[in-house]
Design a protein around this ligand. Sequence first.
Ligand SMILES: *Cc1c(COP(=O)(O)O)cnc(C)c1O
Length: 366
Amino acid sequence: MSIDTRLWGGKIRKLTPYVAGEQPKVANLCKLNTNENPFPPSPKAVAAMQAVLAQDAQALRLYPDPESDELRQVLADYHGLSCEQVFVGNGSDEVLAFIFACFFVKERPLLMPDVSYSFYPVYAQTFDVATHIIPLKEDFSIDPDDYRIPCGGVILPNPNAPTGVLLGIESIRKLASEHPNSVIVIDEAYIDYADDVKSASAIGLIDEFDNLVVTQTFSKSRSLAGLRVGAAFANANLIAALSTYKNSFNSYPIDRLAQAGAAASVLDEVYFEEKRQAVITLRQNLTASLVGLGFTVLPSAANFVFAKPNHQTLDTKEVFEKLREAGVIVRHWDKPRIKDYLRITVGTAEQNARLIEALQKIFATA
Ligand SMILES: *Cc1c(COP(=O)(O)O)cnc(C)c1O
């Protein structure tokens, strides 16, 4: 059915929306396509949400705290920041959208890698932001020297998505110091899967650079994709801009259940560390199995791997399609630089085994 856009206002006609990885409603699929966590959220997060519901069934009648003070304080304490340096929103996608609206303009181009989160160009068109695309190096790494050009800002995921490759903290320091009058956004959706999170995360640079914004999400390492909570960490002056925008848009951003569940999840450090380590180990095992099947696997600091099958007769798209027929869904982009790769989410040991078995069968009969 084609859509009649006769009554659509001006700008909406020109937008090409982001396409999320599919959420199929088929049973018994091995879903390794959207980087969700294979483990459940912290039981304490679940209990905190149940406690909200149990509160004389009245809690949901009332609007939530518009500023999410408790959640912001918990996040501030966790990262050694003050509350004024923390902003929260409905998933980091919303936080990123606000960042585009607040800090980037049409007149000065925003720099971003050619291979990165495909939502950035969509936000750029939505918020009328000029972009300048910088190619990754041949090995898919980012060279900060390539970003030494006049710009209105820089945005990149670290580790990068969909490659999983981590950019060292010294490179981020370089970006921030070389563009003192532009906002540098480091999207740390997957940073918790770096072996040493503390030294890999740019949150530690926030007091040093007033132009640095770091975003994180509860969707990946905290197993709460369904709750929709994300955060930005930055100098208080930048956070004030995000709050100003939020309060001009939708002043109650995070619902009561999400505020309670997210805060409890941050406080459960033992569970978090256990599951973080488990995913890292599963990633190492999955990488070894894929290499054993002839794949080239990029070094990943995320909960997914970017892997090239190198098969003699099947191209990557065919491998992707045959996996799908076998009930295993991964992600493939038919784009020039990355069409030979599959992005595979690290699953449970059982899910990873099912993927490897499916690949073995596909290769054996090709
Ligand atoms: C998943 C992801 C996000 C968005 O996550 P939310 O669920 O909206 O918090 C942002 N950036 C990257 C690179 C991601 O992979």
